[in-house]
Design a protein around this ligand. Structure first.
Ligand code: HEC
Length: 125
């Protein structure tokens, strides 16, 4: 293969692979940093729950999550609960994740609550 073709091939592969890699990274981050409170599937049933006086949000609750915009979810993750008038028991993650990683995490949370809406192409704002 000529070097220029190889370059195109690699670029094309990166373009195809990037969203998959991002989704996987978001899932792994969720598993490492959020699961202890929000639970494996985001149902708000993590191991910390019995010791908490505020219930972690159930991210699979379609009805509630559809009342939240992506911007609000982003803010809650980056700056913590108080940034969206929620409990301080929801920590801020600005020092842990880049904005891009948080955006990917918002996308992951949408797959937990709102798969039908994703398929319908709803704009979460
Ligand atoms: C120490 C426990 C804890 C951890 C760890 C945690 N959360 Fe939360 N989270 C909470 C609690 C408690 C609430 C509910 C706050 C409320 O309803 O007042 C919440 C609420 C939220 C909300 C909903 C805000 C809203 O609009 O209702 C989002 C989104 C969220 N968490 C995302 C995450 C993500 C993403 C992570 C991992 C990076 C994470 N949380 C880690 C405890 C936690």
């Amino acid at each position: 293969m000529r070097p220029i073709n190889l370059l195109f091939a690699v670029a094309a592969l990166m373009f195809i692979a990037a969203p998959v890699a991002n989704a996987e990274e978001a899932f792994l981050n969720y598993k490492s940093y959020c699961m202890q409170c929000h639970g494996m599937h985001g149902k708000g049933d993590g191991v910390n729950v019995p010791a908490m006086n505020v219930r972690p949000r159930d991210h699979s609750d379609n009805k509630y999550m559809m009342t939240r915009t992506n911007t609000e979810i982003f803010k809650a993750i980056k700056f913590g609960g108080p940034a969206v008038n929620k409990s301080v028991k929801m920590p801020a993650w600005a020092d842990t994740f880049t904005d891009e990683e948080i955006t990917q995490m918002v996308g992951h949370i949408r797959t937990l609550c709102c798969e039908r809406e994703i398929i319908r192409g709803v704009n979460f704002k």
